[in-house]
Structures are given as C-alpha cells and as structure tokens.
Design a protein around this ligand. Structure first.
Ligand SMILES: [Zn+2]
Ligand SMILES: [Zn+2]
Length: 332
C-alpha cells in the first residue's frame, strides 16, 4: 500500500507489523548501553554527538534528540542553555508500550514540537537518518466541536504517517494516523478507553455498535475484533474517515474483511449531512460515514450501542440526545 502522504511504503499490513514488533526496537548484542543524557541540563554540558551502533546501525533516542538539538542550534533556533527536552516530543513510527527505551533505525521517529523553521525541519529529515518527519505543534488537531474551526498542526518536512498498536483482551490492531491532522494519544498499557470497551464486551454489548466520533477508528476497529456483527464509524473530520478507510485496508485480514467499497465521495473537509464513504463486508458489516453525529441517524440505522469518544471539554448533551434512538449511548 502506498503512503498517501509521501508515496513510500509507510503503510504495512497489520499482520506484518504485529509479527515484527518484538524485533523492531530492542538493542543488538553489540549496542552500547543507554547514554542516559541529562534531559534538564543545557547543551553545553552534553557531548557533541552520540555514535550509532557499529553493528546494527541503530541509534538511541538520546542520540537522535541530541543531533536534532545540535542542528537547531546551527539554525539559531536553540542556544547552549537549551536542553534535550527543548527539542520537542519524539513519536515513534509504530507506537507500542515498551518497557525499555527504543533503539531506532532509519525513518522511525517523528518529531513534534515548536520553535522550528521549515529549513531546519528539512535539514533534520535530510541529515538525521532516524527522523522521518517534523511537525510544528499548534494545538490539539481535529475538530473540538462543530462550532469551531478544525485545527491542524503543520507538517514542515518529511512524512507524518505513523501508527499506534491498540491492545485489548480481544486482540491487537494497527491504527494508522496522519499525525499532523489527528490528535496525539500515547500508547499506554493502562489505556483507560480500552478498559471501558473491555467492560462493555464482557457485558455482551459489543454486537451492533456505532463509533460516533471515531477519529482514526481505534474503538470501532476493536469492536470488529471483538466479534461485533455490525460496526458504524462516523466522524465529521475528513482526515479521520480517510484514516479509518486506510485502517480497514491495513487490518483487512485481521478483521475478516472480504470486500471494501467506496460508495460516495466526501464533499468537504468538515462533514455535516452524513455521506457513506466506505462499506466493508465479511465477518462484520462495516459502514463509514463522514458527517455530523447529530445527523447520523437520519441515514444510518440506530445501533445497540453508541460510543461517544469526545474531545476533552466538548459539550456532549446534544450528541447524547441525537443517539437516543440507540439502545444505549456511552460517553468515553
Ligand atoms: Zn509516508
Ligand atoms: Zn546494535
């Protein structure tokens, strides 16, 4: 599958990603120990550079962040008192809860932060092999509510396609997201939303489910894995539903999908009237709508359960009202 952002092979089938995950980030037997650089000390107290492993070629996270700091200094965007932490947040290409600090290969890290210039970002992607993309942070990406304008962070250089591995008692899925346009959720072993979903599963409620504000589709995909007969995805943000379609394709064999169709095309970045942009058949009947949740049930059949995974602080009363036709609505 070609990456819709950079055209390269960023999108791998979920089965392949999961099969290789244990080998992705550990050190080899020749790797030097973690440098454990002080993240709170100005760069004048840090080494100039930390070498990559001569055997496997991988870098420690500190080595990559130090290279990025030195490069930002060359561009006059950091000074000698700035710390490693000032560089930004590192997002690994495939997010997975790790008990150790990852060793990084080529194009495996996306940097997310502020105080970058386009030129410096381009230089980071060109000169630091582990850096795949650089995103300028402008806030939480996506649509906070239907009354405000959607927010996007800015991809300054490289590619921002990455994935998180979602884990639950019913299995794992690989959730791709175009990270500058989808809000960031860190992979944690104690993912609270997944625990809520597991509770609903144990109560036998994940049979006919609407993932009402689905984002890239994490909860809905997990419902398919949990054996739901029907799952409806909906989001007003076009990037989200495009990510869902990509995720259905990438997780196709895990989800038991035989066929995916694209009946209608989205009309705008922010959807209002529901548009059926995707439909998949197989073990589970799947529909993907682009539109305002408050209008979804003018088209989609009501479900047994409607999940509402809203933005922190969003007003949910109207959404709950709109989902009254479903047997139950759960705010996550
Ligand atoms: Zn890409
Ligand atoms: Zn090594």
């Amino acid at each position: 599958m070609k990456c819709p952002v950079c055209g390269k092979g960023c999108i791998q089938p979920a089965r392949e990603v999961l099969a290789g995950i244990e080998q992705r980030y550990p050190a080899c037997s020749a790797c030097a120990p973690e440098p454990n650089l002080d993240k709170t000390k100005g760069s004048k107290h840090l080494p100039k550079r930390v070498e990559r492993c001569p055997s496997c070629g991988k870098a420690t996270l500190d080595a990559v962040m130090l290279d990025a700091l030195r490069l930002l200094q060359q561009f006059g965007l950091r000074d000698e008192n700035d710390t490693l932490r000032s560089v930004g947040s590192p997002l690994i290409e495939v997010g997975y809860p790790l008990a150790y600090s990852p060793r990084l290969g080529p194009r495996s890290l996306i940097l997310y932060g502020s105080g970058y210039s386009k030129k410096a970002a381009e230089a980071m992607v060109e000169r630091i092999p582990e850096i795949k993309g650089v995103i300028l942070n402008r806030g939480v990406a996506g649509i906070a509510d239907m009354e405000s304008r959607p927010l996007e962070n800015l991809l300054l250089a490289g590619c921002d396609m990455r994935a998180d591995i979602s884990q639950s008692l019913f299995g794992e899925a690989v959730v791709y997201k175009r990270q500058s346009r989808i809000h960031i959720e860190f992979s944690r072993q104690s993912a609270p939303k997944m625990r809520i979903l597991e509770q609903l599963y144990l109560q036998g409620k994940l049979r006919d489910v609407v993932d009402g504000l689905c984002g890239p589709g994490t909860l809905g995909l997990m419902c398919v894995l949990a054996g739901a007969r029907r799952v409806v995805f909906n989001d007003a943000w076009l990037e989200s539903v495009q990510n869902v379609l990509l995720n259905l394709e990438a997780n196709r064999s895990l989800l038991g999908i035989d066929e995916i169709e694209y009946p209608e095309s989205a009309k705008s970045e922010v959807g209002i009237e529901p548009v059926l942009v995707g439909r998949a058949h197989g073990a589970c009947e799947i529909e993907v709508y682009h539109g305002d949740l408050r209008r979804l049930f003018s088209r989609a059949k009501p479900a047994g359960l409607c999940l509402i995974d809203h933005f922190p602080g969003a007003k949910t009363a109207e959404m709950e009202e709109a989902c009254r036709c479903c047997n139950e609505a759960v705010i996550i």
